[in-house]
Design a protein around this ligand. Structure first.
Ligand code: HEM
Length: 444
């Protein structure tokens, strides 16, 4: 159709539908600024407006601020909390939906939308939206609710598409219940869920307030199944934060300022063998991975570096021996087919082997956090990784995780829970609500 404007989520790929390796780099180092990239692709990633003339990507790992008045735009074609830089405090809340009918499910999604729209913008609490609901005047954040860069990201689990609400024919094509991988020891009390709410903000109290608000206002429609309280450490000394194991974590990622890359790797596109309503959404995988620190701490640093495939202090690839080497250096394996320098079974090389055969399954958007649920049943520290990633195809994550079943990190971690979800497209404006496209045209 001549002159037609492409839809922001229209598949722009030509030909074979995938496999073309894209240069991956950190969120931080996009060649284009957010606004320029967005204009180039007729697409505005949620949260870019917040950048206000700075390179937002440079703030990626240091967003937390004492000024809690910042807000990340709630309305948009995609949800915030995915391409927006990770805040330091988070809660992952998985729910069983208890709404007795489709009508009540729609009411629940409306309520969730209202609460998220209000909490992310902040202001004086309005009267409760439904009669008999709990007061919002808990003053936890002071007289007015501060936005504090809160994001509320809603995703749906495969179980919501069972026969309760008649949604099976509209299920995202690749969404399914997470099956255990080799070495998983999944706790049913920490696994799956009909609906996931990911809350992220600059401060713990903001996340807590949002959690209490949402739990109170939606209590008839969904019940908390599991929750992980999560956080990101401040970067030491600068740049990328470290995980509990002491490594800089989150270096290599798609560039969220590059709309074309995001449309290819993260956002579901129209016409991609997915139901039309899913365009602008993305598959979310969450894995609650316990780290066995008592064992890890006995491993010499040189060996730890060969387990991850990067230098511990600098975060640089293993070919860099200078302790001040930049973590921006890309790992390169072309001259190391035997894995003498970067072992073939190290974490980064199995996650992304840089081979033509694995090019289509080597890029995911990681947005992970740490957790502390100490002590565990045996009185040991219970520390771990709230691994979270987003990708256009769930199969990308699954293929990568299968490769990692053989990684040398295995003895030091145990996956305990999590699940697969579909993060729904953004709420477009004040008349829209979460997953409206999913329910459009169905009788209430
Ligand atoms: C306890 C669990 C995990 C820890 C501690 C961990 C830690 C790390 C670290 C330190 C790096 C290197 C720095 C970086 O690029 O961020 C890394 C890279 C990476 N990780 Fe993980 N990770 C974990 C689980 C996972 C899982 C479950 C996946 C996916 C299935 C994954 C996928 C990746 C990818 C794709 C990279 C970048 C590879 C590259 O292109 O160089 N990680 N991870």
């Amino acid at each position: 159709m001549p002159g037609r404007q492409p839809h922001p989520f229209e598949d722009r790929r030509s030909g074979d539908g995938g496999g073309c390796p894209i240069p991956r780099r950190s969120f931080l180092r996009g060649a284009l600024g957010g606004a320029a990239a967005a204009a180039a692709a007729n697409f505005v990633p949620a949260g870019v407006a917040h950048a206000q003339g700075t390179d937002y990507q440079d703030d990626y790992n240091k967003l937390a601020t004492e000024d809690s008045t910042h807000s990340i735009p709630f309305y948009g074609a995609t949800q915030a909390g995915i391409a927006t830089p990770p805040q330091t405090a988070a809660d992952f809340l998985a729910f069983d939906v208890t709404a007795p009918s489709r009508r009540e499910l729609i009411d629940l999604l409306h309520t969730l939308t209202e609460r998220a729209a209000f909490l992310t913008k902040g202001g004086a609490p309005p009267p409760p939206p439904r009669a008999g609901k709990p007061s919002e005047h808990r003053l936890l954040l002071g007289a007015t609710v501060v936005p504090d860069d809160l994001t509320v990201t809603v995703a749906l689990g495969a179980s919501l598409f069972d026969d309760r609400y008649g949604l099976a024919s509209r299920k995202p094509a690749q969404l399914k219940t997470m099956r255990p991988f080799a070495h998983d020891d999944l706790d049913p009390k920490l696994t799956h869920g009909d609906l996931l709410v990911q809350l992220c903000a600059n401060h713990r109290d903001t996340v807590g307030n949002a959690m209490l608000d949402i739990l109170g206002q939606t209590s008839g429609g969904m019940r908390l199944r599991w929750r992980i309280q999560a956080f990101r450490f401040p970067p030491r000394p600068v740049g990328i934060p470290r995980d509990w194991m002491g490594f800089k974590d989150g270096i290599t990622n798609p560039n969220t300022n590059d709309a074309a890359q995001m449309n290819q790797q993260v956002w579901v596109q129209r016409g991609r063998r997915e139901p039309a309503w899913t365009a602008g959404g993305t598959y979310q995988a969450v894995r609650i991975i316990q780290m066995h620190m008592e064992k890890w701490d006995t491993v010499p640093v040189e060996r730890q570096e060969r387990i991850f495939g990067r230098r511990k202090l600098s975060g640089a690839p293993l070919y860099a021996t200078d302790p001040n080497a930049s973590d921006e250096l890309d790992p390169v394996y072309t001259n190391d087919p035997q894995g003498r320098l970067t072992p073939l079974n190290c974490h980064i090389r199995l996650a992304n082997p840089q081979t033509p055969q694995t090019a289509a399954t080597s890029s995911i958007l990681r947005r992970s956090y740490q957790y502390d649920q100490s002590p565990d049943v045996s009185g040991q520290p219970n520390l771990g990784h709230t691994f979270c990633c987003f990708q256009q195809q769930l199969n990308t994550y699954i293929a990568m995780q299968r490769r990692l079943e053989k990684e040398s990190l295995v003895p030091y971690i145990t996956p305990r829970g999590g699940g697969y979800f579909f993060a729904v497209p953004g709420v477009r404006d004040a008349r829209d609500y979460y997953a409206s496209g999913l329910l459009r045209g169905l009788t209430r």
